[in-house]
Design a protein around this ligand. Structure first.
Ligand code: GAL
Length: 728
């Protein structure tokens, strides 16, 4: 085919007998046409596949018995490409529409009408203009009614072709002959639709132009084909589509709005000084599908075919951040064809605001015969669903954010024709979940008899590589359903005044922890023996803060090897058991500093505990697990504590006196008490579920901020990622 074509073209060139022209056309190799083998076929195929069939009442594809009358001078003076550097290619040849129809061989042409156009065009040569002043259109041949009637007498179908071009230094303008049709083009449409029952309109343009007139003519237009500019094979490509050699399978990559003014950029384009992109991200379908769907004439992703397809999602799976859709596409019509499967996402509005739908993936089937089907695997990454926060409204400025909420995955063959096939819930609440333990003691995630789990307490967190950390009691040995060494009580250990011995004993406790599956032991207990009646004095060490601190430090140093963690407790002033969850330790700042906090200060500075547990009680009216002053100002700010803070088990509900709308877990997180333990079934969380107090004020005035939640999450993760649980 190619060799025959080259031979024909050589004859054409030799016919001109003009060496310059021959040289020009052959790129300087005399007599040899410079055509890349296989390129004409590819260009022709693309020219056909990129055509958009906007409307068709069945007139297309033409059958071989049909005689076609072609109207519009662009049939001969065709726009193969736009202007400037993007189009100025020395083509070896170009096939216009009328030539393409002739070449096709399956379409009968009204050659009388073609001759009329040929003569007129040769007398009214299309002015090609010059740089920046190229023609946006060619003046249309004034059509006489008798010409149209004569054509109608000898042909069944009329084709009207309308052409436009723009380019570098040559915008389109809101005038007739550019964005709008000319009077002669409208007159042509009027005459032809008045005399033909079957009218096909072809738009040969590199830009979207006004298409509102298609509504005015309605079903007087049998078919509308937006053919763009098809390069050197233009005419052949369109003829392939009209004859049905190629089933049109192109889809719009732009929205065609009813009016220019409907485009959100409409009033903000063309200003010499500068243009404010006021529509921001809401370009094209992102605007129309969100705010003005009724202003759309032809939607993004739209394009008809000569056949029909059924698209169904047979499976959706997720592997880490990749989502895979298995899509079944069946040709349910009578002609072979290709379908373009499109995947959109409808994201939650969140704080950033989002378009109604965003394209996240697409694929095109191979040519499917009638009755045949294909499985198409379409993948996208969840990261594509994120939105960029350029204002910091989410608490994370200049970053892509996957805001919490439900992300609906939609499948279809245009932005308008979709069905929901999957839903992805992005948890912020993972920031909520990680700030709590799993919710129960004796977690099924660890050794029987454990005190509870924290860190990777949900499947989704564990899927991110965050392990569940298993906590166990206590100061006199590991409290689980397995046999473990029973140590002397705390006071006895302190009475040895032998820190080396204490360290050795708790190093062995660490070995037992590794053996039994404990990552964190809730020890040492180190509250001051303020009164001999306190029930838990046996767990604690002394009335003196120095010996308490030194013995506790030895225990912590002994325990913390191989990622194991101690958890000195109860921070602070837990010096009686009576009404322990509510009692208020009312104590001067001096006594706090010199006596009740001092031991904890020693262990923080000398033993670097990975975890610390707050106490049940209040201190001067504020529960320790809500005390910003105790946990952030003193522990972290003054002493430089870098570790994780957990509550004692089942703390009590309260709202913040400083920020009354902040309550419960938000009150706790604001104080930087990182983990609520065991995390559920408390006044704050019932039946293992969170009570919602953490996120209730998120994003509201004085509410909990993303940063505060991320801060505790960072404290937790820093510990967890260095813990023995990682190895397990
Ligand atoms: C609490 C106790 C803590 C810790 C926790 C987990 O009642 O005060 O020290 O042992 O139980 O069992």
């Amino acid at each position: 085919m190619n060799k025959l074509f080259n031979k024909f073209m050589r004859r054409v060139i030799s016919f001109f007998a003009n060496n310059d022209l021959a040289q020009e056309l052959t790129g300087g190799v005399s007599g040899e046409m410079m055509i890349t083998p296989g390129m004409p076929e590819l260009i022709r195929a693309a020219g056909a596949e990129g055509c958009i069939l906007l409307a068709n009442n069945g007139v297309l594809p033409l059958d071989a018995t049909t005689t076609v009358s072609v109207f519009g001078r662009v049939q001969r003076d065709y726009f193969y490409v736009g202007y400037g550097s993007g189009g100025d290619v020395r083509t070896p040849y170009q096939v216009n529409l009328i030539e393409g129809l002739r070449n096709n061989g399956k379409i009968k042409l009204n050659e009388d009408l073609a001759a009329i156009y040929e003569v007129w065009c040769s007398k009214n040569e299309a002015d090609q203009g010059f740089w920046g002043h190229w023609p946006r259109y060619y003046p249309e041949m004034p059509l006489k009614e008798e010409v149209v009637k004569a054509a109608a007498d000898r042909s069944d179908v009329a084709i009207i072709v309308i052409g436009r071009a723009a380019g570098e230094d040559r915008e389109n303008v809101l005038k007739k002959g550019s964005y709008y049709l000319t009077d002669n083009e409208i007159k042509m449409l009027d005459l032809v639709t008045a005399n033909f029952n079957k009218v096909i309109v072809i738009i040969n343009s590199g830009n979207i132009i006004d298409m509102a007139w298609t509504e005015k003519y309605g079903d007087k237009l049998s078919s509308i084909l937006f053919a763009w500019q098809g390069g050197m094979e233009s005419g052949n490509a369109i003829a392939d589509v009209l004859a049905g050699t190629v089933n049109p399978c192109g889809k719009l990559t732009d929205t065609i709005a009813r009016r220019y003014e409907d485009y959100p950029s409409g009033a903000f384009f063309g200003n010499k000084e500068g243009n404010n992109y006021v529509e921001d991200i809401f370009v094209g379908y992102r605007y129309f599908e969100t705010f003005a769907p009724n202003k759309v004439l032809y939607p993004f992703g739209f394009g008809l075919s000569y056949t029909t397809f059924k698209i169904a999602c047979s499976d959706v799976s997720r592997e880490k951040d990749e989502v895979i859709l298995k899509v079944h596409v069946a040709n349910t019509g009578n002609l072979p064809g290709k379908e373009i499967v499109q995947v959109y996402c409808s994201t939650p509005q969140g704080k950033l605001g989002k378009p109604a739908k965003v394209l996240v993936a697409f694929d095109k089937t191979e040519l499917l015969s009638p009755g045949k089907s294909a499985e198409v695997m379409i993948k996208f990454n969840i990261k594509q669903l994120a939105s960029y926060d350029d204002s910091g409204v989410t608490g994370k400025k200049s970053a892509y954010i996957l805001e919490p909420g439900n992300y609906e995955i939609l499948l279809g063959n245009s932005v308008r024709e979709t069905i929901k096939v999957w839903e992805l819930t992005i948890a912020l609440d993972e920031l909520e979940v990680i700030s709590r333990g799993e919710g129960v003691m004796n977690s099924s995630l660890g050794v029987r008899g454990n005190a509870g789990a924290l860190g990777g307490v949900t499947e989704s967190l564990r899927a991110k590589g965050i392990p569940a950390v298993i906590t166990t009691d206590g100061p006199a040995g590991i409290r689980v359903k397995k046999t473990c060494s029973l140590l002397p009580c705390g006071t006895l250990l302190a009475c040895t005044w032998n820190t080396k011995l204490i360290q050795d004993i708790f190093h062995k406790v660490g070995e037992e922890m590794l053996d039994k599956g404990s990552d964190m032991i809730l020890s040492p207990g180190m509250n001051i023996h303020r009164n001999p009646l306190c029930g838990r004095n046996f767990e604690y060490y002394s009335e003196d803060p120095l010996i308490s601190g030194k013995i506790a430090a030895a225990a912590i140093i002994g325990i913390q090897h191989d990622g194991l963690s101690a958890c000195p407790k109860h921070f602070a002033c837990n010096n009686q058991e009576t009404n322990r969850n509510y009692n208020d330790s009312r104590v001067s700042e001096r006594a706090l500093r010199e006596i009740y906090l001092k031991g904890f200060e020693i262990v923080v500075k000398e033993a670097n505990p990975q975890n610390i547990m707050t106490s049940y009680n209040k201190i001067n009216g504020v529960w320790s697990h809500y005390s910003y002053e105790l946990v952030t100002s003193v522990l972290r700010g003054e002493w430089g504590y870098q570790g994780n803070v957990i509550t004692d088990w089942w703390m009590r509900y309260a709202s913040s006196p400083e920020f009354p709308q902040i309550e419960g877990n938000a009150y706790r997180v604001r104080a930087q008490v990182d983990v609520l333990m065991p995390g559920g079934r408390t006044a704050l969380s019932k039946n293992g579920k969170n009570d919602g107090t953490l996120l209730k004020t998120y994003g509201k005035k004085d509410g909990i901020t993303l940063g505060e939640m991320q801060r505790v999450a960072a404290n937790i993760l820093k510990y967890v990622m260095n813990s023995s649980a990682m190895d397990r």
